[in-house]
Design a binder for this molecule. Sequence first.
Ligand code: HGY
Ligand code: MN
Ligand code: MN
Length: 409
Amino acid sequence: MALALNIDSHSLLERLKLLGDLGRKDGILTRLAASDADKQGRDQLVEWLHGAGLEVQIDRIGNIFGIWNVESDIAPLMMGSHIDSVINAGIFDGCYGVLAGLSVIEALRASGLQPDRPIVVAAFTNEEGVRFAPDMMGSLVHAGGLDADQALATVGTDGTVLGEELARIGYAGTMEPGSIVPSAFLEAHIEQGPVLEAEGKLMGAVANLQGIFWQKITLSGVANHAGTTPTHLRVDAGLAAAKIITFLRKLTDRSNSVATVGTIRFGPNAINVIPDFAELTVDLRDPDKAVWETRQRDLDSFLQELEKSDGVRIRTEQLARFEPVVFDEGLVTMIEDSAKARQLSCRRMTSGAGHDAQMMSRLCPTAMIFVPSRAGISHNPLEHTEEASLIAGAQILLDTARKIVGSEG
Ligand code: HGY
Ligand code: MN
Ligand code: MN
């Protein structure tokens, strides 16, 4: 019978609240990658990692690693997620996975149990991709999917350069990205969707994660007088942009696909001038690779039609394209068994959101643990998960980690 081991739930919950306040301005939490707010969160995390007795390494893309060095010829178990946020965010997205991973390491070290391999907790740079595209950038570079120098040269939505921003906040590390190739990667995360709560399930064993396609679309029309230009003589970039938004909803309605136009801007952006410029971004996802690829082709054909019908010129730029991934069956089963052993209801599920685990699955066996999100809300300050679920999820992470590193006691 394995020795029961528990995480320090009080410290996990306290740290989540504390980290959730770092970078807040006028009550709004926005901790965009490589910003001053991100630095505050990073500094606090590094302090906690040192306090846990871990070796701290920062790589060239600013990924942070807390390492429990153990003499072994087995590659490390890695757990982790991200601490950067979207705009006006909640406090659990990403942070939960990093702090749960840290609490697991602390519980194992306090128990005196000796793992059969090193254990690492990671906080990956720029998972959200809101300031610098693509998202999951730090873990993508770590997994070899994007060249580090190319990533560092990325220009953000605010015109800054990622590498310069990381240097400015003191997180342009020296370790070569990808230096730590784990034997397994586990990520605990809030579900950010409605499924677990709707089904009254406490845990999610994430078996797969949907494909993500991000594209910037720029439309050029003809600026003209809003009052004197008859409708049939207009070349209206704003109208064409609106047609894209409604097309995407029609394309994905009543399907497994989801499409979002989250940003849009017009030029010259004046109340009485027909816009000659529109720029928007598309986020298009589906768990089925073939369907996801068809949707992208459908969008492409629609844009070609739109150029003809509206006389606008359209340019597209791909910002991210990550295929659906299937996680490691063995690890998913381990997570299910850990939940069962603690009589926690659990169901297998797909992740609608992108995660660092999506990238790490290119390197090693990977899986995720989900805990319920109240009303399925996330990327919103109302994001909330009950304390009991946060603790239970971290416990499952600990129990699963113990199975992997042979510290069942
Ligand atoms: O976009 C996503 O799904 C993640 O939150 N970066
Ligand atoms: Mn996240
Ligand atoms: Mn997110």
